[in-house]
Design a protein around this ligand. Sequence first.
Ligand code: NDP
Length: 247
Amino acid sequence: VPENYTAAPDLLTDRTVLVTGAGDGIGRAAALAYAAHGATVILSGRTVEKLEATYDAIEAAGGAQPAIVPLDLATAGEEEAAQLAAAVGSTFERLDGLLHNAGMLGERRPLASASWKAWQDVMQVNVSSQFLLTRALLPLLEASPRASIIFTSSGVGRRGRAYWGAYAVSKFATEGLMQVLADELENTSDIRVNSLNPGATNTAMRRAAYPGEVPTDNPSPEAIMPAYLYLMGDDSAGITGTAFNAR
Ligand code: NDP
């Protein structure tokens, strides 16, 4: 991401962007930032009240009216993914952006004592559901002349670390999903695909993972939005298959 990148106010005008995990943390900030730069945002997530709060904040800020599509990624299968795509397609003729942001931390413990159930949950929410959603939404993304897909990675998705278990493995897999998809689409499609590591950010997930930290020592979700805007808009046109850091 270019240093001191500032997005033009109309960066995402006339674009429709879907954000998963849009009810809290980084996803909420991204939904607000995309709307503030002109996008119509489709808010997906598990807790409807939180999505409604994001919806209200976008409307209060004067953004285009968002849409809400609830989806619990822990239980979503092919049918739910197809329903989501149908719901999006019934209102919008194309999708210009997809931010895969929703994620769960799971257990922080040695692999030797990690639980199978927790492993499966993390892999389902952090990886498999992204495949399902992406596959279902590809036709709508293909209908856009310049769609951008962003996968959310992590420092432990680039170098494994003790006690990060399934979460770290899920982020490595996310990088793999990004690379395979980017390579498949590079010469046949206008869709570009990249990954973004937000870095330590003051959210509920970070506070749970590092209870000993002073939360405000880390940047707020709002502070890392330049990277999220850069990768979603045309200032990163032509870039695909690349792993980014938000700062
Ligand atoms: P939060 O816990 O604040 O937000 C996570 C979001 O994901 C919430 O909106 C949550 O919904 C949603 N979510 C979780 N499980 C599901 C599910 N089963 N179905 C649908 N939605 C779900 O975390 P962050 O904002 O910090 O994390 C955002 C992304 O950034 C994640 O992918 C995370 O791994 C990544 N990341 C974060 C870092 C940080 O320091 N914060 C560092 C590196 C990576 P709900 O509110 O309803 O639970």
